[in-house]
Write a protein that binds this ligand. Structure first.
Ligand SMILES: Cc1cc2nc3c(=O)[nH]c(=O)nc-3n(C[C@H](O)[C@H](O)[C@H](O)COP(=O)(O)OP(=O)(O)OC[C@H]3O[C@@H](n4cnc5c(N)ncnc54)[C@H](O)[C@@H]3O)c2cc1C
Length: 336
């Protein structure tokens, strides 16, 4: 376990913003978890858990508490048959390496989630999803340290109340209270079949792909993402900056009449709203709306959270003025 002091949050997060954290502790071993929480208890300071910081934004005032970085590694096969694979990984494992492990053994369930940045332990927090798959479809349980009781327990998927970008880990009384130590998923040999999610389907059509094995889907998803999404190592962003908008049936009717696309379940793609408000490629206070994917906000040269607030408001206002719909920020913020 490694404890550092006065570390800029901008160096721990992919949007590269945020003042200093009082302490940063990197956890490398499951036994570091209770030790780190004893330190928190002794110092009597607030704490915040980070994986690779790809969905988190630091504020200018920093964080006067303790940031825990989950770097617990390891992948283990719990059971394997010709039908299914139960795979467990520690929370600090790279999410994409974990996916590759299952795909390379020929199992399906996470291949469409390939190349999502971040750690495995963060994936259940907002129930990560892409191209028609999401964690809720494969997750069986997590082992989590409850900061209130000091105990590690197994939490089964139905208890997590997973929804669109939400779970008990980021909403309600349990939000921020559990440290996810390990994640277990169940993958199967059943392959995905067409029709696929729009952009995946158009890749299949354009490239006349007929192999829908997990390896092939993973290869396509990696190629699609590489063509339109910034690599966090090369460009500062937190991925999709706004959540998609969900409408009830009356709102959906009105939106459809205005020519706004409303997908199954009342989902309006926020990227479409931003693009059709004419913002694609535009710069706001040092941030640029990506010219490849309008939902991505890239930090080109902004240094402060105050600039982000101004950029966010300008985009939200432009979309509201044009479509009467409110955009909500997706990445969470480190705050007291
Ligand atoms: C270019 C880009 C593309 C992206 N594409 C997608 C996408 O397609 N779909 C998608 O869903 N997301 C996407 N994201 C968002 C991000 O990759 C995911 O949210 C990912 O799960 C974050 O992992 P992380 O390790 O960086 O978590 P962090 O950003 O460090 O943390 C995210 C949240 O999880 C909590 N947390 C992290 N680890 C733990 C733990 N061990 N225990 C308890 N709480 C924890 C944090 O407190 C925070 O609330 C994208 C991001 C980028 C930069």
């Amino acid at each position: 376990m490694n404890i550092r002091e006065n570390i800029p949050i901008s160096t721990l997060t992919t949007m590269r913003l945020g003042g200093n954290a009082r302490y940063v502790i990197e956890l490398k071993n499951p036994t570091d978890v209770p030790t780190a929480f004893s330190f928190i208890f002794t110092k009597n300071l607030p704490f915040y858990i980070l994986g690779s910081g790809s969905n988190v934004i630091g504020r200018d005032e920093g964080f006067p508490g303790i940031i825990l970085i989950n770097n617990l590694k390891g992948i283990e096969i719990i059971s394997q048959t010709d039908k299914s694979l139960i795979l467990k990984g520690y929370g600090g494992e790279n999410f994409d390496d974990f996916i590759a492990y299952g795909v390379n053994l020929g199992y399906s369930g996470m291949e469409a989630l390939s190349a999502i940045p971040g750690t495995l332990g963060a994936a259940p927090i907002q129930n990560v999803g892409a191209y028609g798959q999401e964690m809720s479809q494969v997750l069986t349980n997590v082992e989590a340290y409850d900061s209130r009781t000091g105990r590690i327990s197994t939490i089964a998927t139905p208890q997590m109340h997973l929804g669109y970008r939400r779970s008990i880990f980021n909403h309600g009384v349990n939000a921020g209270k559990y440290f996810i130590v390990s994640v277990t998923v169940k993958l199967t040999k059943t392959h995905l079949t067409p029709p696929f999610y729009t952009s995946l389907q158009s890749y299949v059509d354009t490239n006349h792909v007929t192999d829908f094995s997990p390896k092939s889907i993973r290869k396509m998803v990696v190629a699609i993402r590489a063509a339109k999404l910034p690599d966090p190592a090369a460009a500062a962003s937190a991925g999709s900056f706004f959540k998609n908008v969900y409408l009830n049936s009356a709102e959906a009717k009105k939106a459809t009449a205005k020519g706004i696309p409303v997908w199954d379940g009342g989902k309006v793609p926020s990227g479409w709203l931003i693009e059709h408000a004419g913002l694609k490629g535009k710069e706001f206070f040092g941030f640029k709306v990506s010219d490849k994917a309008a939902l991505i906000l890239i930090n080109e040269h902004a240094k402060t959270y105050a600039d982000l607030e101004k950029a966010r408001s300008a985009i939200q206002k432009a979309v509201f003025d044009k479509f009467g719909l409110n955009l909500e920020q997706e990445p969470v913020e480190i705050s007291l």
